[in-house]
Design a protein around this ligand. Structure first.
Ligand code: M6R
Length: 370
């Protein structure tokens, strides 16, 4: 049931706020102590973990990439992201102290399942972050942390992405708690900030939908799009690029903004849309200026620039042709809001082109073959 929306994808994007809210519910107490009772791995085993490897595909892998920035910062252990289909074919280094985190919306992705089987055969523990109760990936894992995004029907994954980031963040905070790499107050503060994210996402849905739709109609004839970001904005750029190729059949590429001068800038020609995820300018964030210069560079070569930026950012306003605004929030949490305009942009472009957004050509909701 589409509940009055034109498509499941439209409905599911509008469920981003509740996906975040529901994934947080019941996972910590009032004092800010993380409680992952459902995860049947004891605290001592968690304390021993010295490396995390995330195995996932597509959107789930980008959620893992976002989580890497947060978990490494909070827990000070290396987090590697591996596309599940590449993982077992390269003899990865796995020990009993490696925690393999398999992220999957459907819980049925064969590539991810084969990767987790390989990890367990090598003696590592596997924790699944999954949206589908009772599916194969959680059944075959040592533990599971469910994302409570609700069923996702549209082939293009949207609300599952934000829920996966939240679940991975809860895991990171739990590890920080048992390994004492963050103070209780710090964990409490991050949880408070996470709790505020649903309303920030809602703000984007309420205030930016019209300008995103206008932008989509202006760019309807574009043959290709580039997406740029840095730090956590980098996986968000790749996720935005994936959404647009999946449902609007537009050639897109997402890459790290710093890489521009190492090659991709050669692609920029007159009128080329370039979508840039701009980090906050607060706290004299050095990356803000670097990303703004990336906008200037592509603009000087004729690009049509679209920025996703924090409300009131004067540089985004000055340099980008169009800005999709998002409320102020901490850098590590910004992907939860920055991805929303990109989901809406892909939806609008696909609808304007008259495509079936829920069932794009050549794709299935879950890929059950290797
Ligand atoms: O069900 P999963 O999360 O394991 O699926 C992984 C990918 O196949 C999936 O995210 C795919 O990339 C989506 N169609 C993206 O929108």
């Amino acid at each position: 049931d589409k509940g009055g929306w034109d498509s499941f994808m439209d409905k599911e994007i509008h469920e981003d706020p509740s996906a975040v809210r529901n994934t947080l519910i019941g996972r910590f107490d009032e004092d800010g102590e993380i409680k992952l009772d459902e995860v049947h791995i004891d605290a001592e085993a968690f304390r021993q973990i010295d490396k995390i490897i995330v195995v996932a595909c597509g959107t789930a892998s980008y959620a893992g990439m976002v989580a890497k920035y947060a978990i490494e910062h909070w827990v000070r252990i290396p987090v590697e992201i591996e596309l599940a289909h590449e993982f077992r074919y390269r003899d990865p280094i796995l020990t009993p102290r490696t925690l393999v985190v398999a992220i999957s919306q459907s819980g049925e992705t064969m590539d991810t399942l084969m990767a987790l089987r390989h990890a367990r055969e090598q003696g590592s523990r596997v924790l699944a972050i999954c949206n589908t109760q009772g599916s194969t990936i959680p059944r075959e894992s040592d533990a599971v942390l469910y994302t409570h995004a609700g069923p996702e029907i549209a082939v293009a994954s949207t609300k599952a992405f934000v829920a996966q980031i939240v679940a991975a963040y809860l895991l990171g905070l739990y590890l920080a708690q048992v390994k004492c790499t963050l103070y209780r107050d710090e964990i409490h503060q991050i949880l408070d900030q996470l709790k505020q994210m649903p309303e920030k996402i809602q703000w984007v849905l309420d205030h930016e939908a019209e300008s995103i739709n206008d932008a989509a109609s202006k760019m309807i004839n574009a043959k290709s799009f580039l997406f740029l970001g840095r730090h956590v904005g980098y996986p968000v750029a790749m996720e935005g690029a994936l959404k647009l190729k999946e449902i609007a059949y537009t050639f897109t590429e997402g890459f790290a903004a710093g890489e521009l001068k190492h090659g991709p800038i050669a692609l920029v020609e007159e009128g080329e849309p370039v979508v840039v995820i701009v980090p906050s300018s607060r706290g004299r964030n050095v990356l803000h200026n670097k990303v703004i210069s990336a906008i200037e560079e592509v603009k000087a070569r004729g690009a049509f620039t679209i920025a996703v930026a924090e409300v009131g950012d004067p540089d985004a306003e000055k340099y980008a042709d169009i800005v999709f605004w998002r409320p102020e929030c901490p850098t590590l949490l910004s992907p939860l809001v920055d991805v929303v305009p990109l989901q809406l942009l892909a939806l609008d472009m696909a609808e304007l082109k008259g495509y079936d957004v829920d069932k794009p050509r050549n794709l299935a909701k879950s890929v059950t073959v290797e």
